[in-house]
Write a protein that binds this ligand. Structure first.
Ligand code: VGL
Ligand code: ZN
Length: 226
């Protein structure tokens, strides 16, 4: 299954009840960063355009920000003898360990300078508990601890959430699946997301699971400005 082949919705105009979440457009996920996602920078201009469409229509735009303390449990450096991208599976961690990334207050944790953060009304930070990782913007990997995103969206009347950003096979994927579980209609904007691709089956697993759970896919060009 390839992202380009997924069935896409056509020509949809954002309206009341819609919101946009932009996932982890931070220096460490951009080429040159600690956990670089191939082509991560190439989606930023398109993300700015779509954020403008939502904010101009007075619809919620939320940024998520990976925000780890130093020594975070998801870092290979916290596990003696392990290297970044080594396979690792334990409660709420894995399937691989990561390089140190998005350390709180570090330049790598900052939003990329080209991201136009003026269009966002809320920033949800995640992954700030040293012993729990959080791929999803809604729920930490213990599947209990909430980030507050659901409360924010519900209080702004959101029913349908569009997501884009990095990385397709981790934070975008888990946010999309949790969103469905919390009752949102979820749309991944296919041309505005890029994967890490580690381990090698991470993208195919993510696409299959999202499809099975009822996540929908749309191209940014099919989201119409008002
Ligand atoms: C992410 C791996 C580790 C992501 C965050 O934003 O997708 N991936 N931390
Ligand atoms: Zn992380």
């Amino acid at each position: 299954m390839r992202l380009e082949d997924l069935i896409c919705e056509k020509c949809l105009k954002p309206a009341g009840g819609d919101a946009l979440a932009v996932v982890d457009i931070q220096n460490d996920f951009i080429p040159g960063g600690a956990l670089a996602v191939h082509g991560g920078d190439s989606i930023i201009p398109g993300i700015n355009r779509i954020m403008e469409v939502f904010s101009t229509a007075d619809l919620p735009v939320i940024l998520t920000q990976d925000w780890h303390p130093s020594g975070h449990c998801s870092f290979a450096s916290a596990h003696p003898g392990k290297k970044p991208y080594d396979a690792f599976k334990s409660e709420g961690l894995g399937p691989v360990l990561w390089p140190d990334h998005c350390v709180q207050g570090s330049p790598g944790a900052e939003f990329h300078r080209d991201l136009d953060t003026r269009f966002a009304q809320a920033v949800i930070r995640k992954g700030y508990h040293r012993d729990i990782d959080s791929y999803s913007g809604f729920l930490e990997n213990d599947l209990k601890t909430r980030t507050g995103l659901d409360g924010y969206l519900k209080s702004r009347g959101t029913k349908r959430l569009f997501i884009c950003g990095l990385a397709l096979d981790y934070c975008v994927f888990f946010t999309a699946v949790d969103g469905v579980g919390l009752g949102y209609e979820m749309y991944v904007i296919t041309d505005l997301a890029r994967p890490v691709g580690s381990p090698p089956d991470s993208v195919s697993r993510a696409l299959k699971t999202m499809t099975d759970k009822g996540v929908r896919f749309i191209r940014s060009a099919d989201i119409l400005a008002g």
